[in-house]
Design a protein around this ligand. Structure first.
Ligand SMILES: NC(=O)c1ccc[n+]([C@@H]2O[C@H](COP(=O)([O-])OP(=O)(O)OC[C@H]3O[C@@H](n4cnc5c(N)ncnc54)[C@H](OP(=O)(O)O)[C@@H]3O)[C@@H](O)[C@H]2O)c1
Length: 237
């Protein structure tokens, strides 16, 4: 197991939720961390909390040109975590087709673009963040499950295609992050309480539960092509 002291780590989606917790954990381990996402305001707010050592860069992974430009003048990173995605849910029949394409574009093609354009130093690795709907489909979320499954399989293919660069995936269950901030507070509380009751561990996840696994994947040089479900037992119920 290597440690992360002095390693250059890029966390895409590092301004919030799972990405933010990963950035905080990597900084605590002595890594040189860059967080990237679309909103300058969110990045600045995250930097104010994470401290002066973190570097911030704007990036929207939803276009080829932006990802190419970002990595065109970026250094070689030791590790890259892709936790950046935001999209709308809906049934296949009812969801606006452009929103459906946009979801695949940001979460699947975003990670694909990053893998295609980034330079990773020898001994380096990628971690993608998918979601347990890949293995546990739900109504209204068929597309999200399919995107997550595609992302998990992409990482396993890349673990062979781009070896010895390592690729791993953390597949979260229900994690209490700002991703549900737009929901009415009462509905969000009920959703999380019901989810907690249904899970073997009797609580929903926190961003740190996923970050801990992501950091382990960065450190463990014998780990590649792995998909780990951090879901409180959600796949079992
Ligand atoms: N929370 C859960 O229950 C859960 C469950 C399963 C899977 N996941 C997955 O886990 C990942 C992280 O989710 P989270 O809960 O941590 O969400 P979050 O708190 O909303 O954070 C999402 C991050 O992604 C960034 N982002 C969004 N669109 C982007 C884009 N086009 N380009 C670059 N960055 C972008 C956001 O910043 P900007 O707005 O500044 O771009 C933010 O930093 C997502 O892929 C999500 O689908 C989450």
């Amino acid at each position: 197991m290597t440690n992360l002291e002095g390693k250059k780590i890029l966390v895409i989606g590092g301004s919030s939720g799972i990405g933010y917790a990963t950035a905080a954990g990597a900084l605590a381990d002595g890594a040189k961390v860059t967080i990237a996402s679309r909103s300058e305001d969110k990045l600045r707010a995250a930097k104010a909390l994470l401290g002066g050592r973190v570097e911030i860069r704007r990036l929207d992974v939803s276009t080829d040109a932006a990802v190419e430009a970002f990595f065109g003048d970026a250094p070689a990173y030791d590790h890259i975590v892709v936790s950046g995605a935001a999209f709308k849910f809906g049934t296949v029949r009812d969801q606006n087709i452009d929103d459906a394409y946009a979801a695949m574009n940001v979460k699947f093609w975003g990670a694909y673009r990053v893998a295609r354009n980034a330079t990773v130093a020898p001994g380096g690795s990628f971690v993608f963040v998918s979601g347990f709907l890949s293995r546990r489909p739900k109504p209204n979320m068929a597309l999200v499950g399919a995107i997550n499954a595609a992302l998990e399989t992409l990482a396993q293919g890349l673990a062979l295609e781009m070896a010895p660069v390592r690729f791993n995936v953390v597949s979260p269950g229900i994690i209490d992050t700002p991703t549900r901030a737009a929901m009415p507070a009462e509905a969000r509380k009920t959703l999380l309480e019901n989810a907690a009751k249904s899970l073997p561990v009797k609580r929903v996840g926190q961003a740190e539960d996923c970050a801990e696994q992501i950091l382990l994947m960065l450190r463990n040089t014998f780990m590649t092509g792995s998909v780990v479900y951090i879901d409180g037992g959600g796949l079992l119920v």
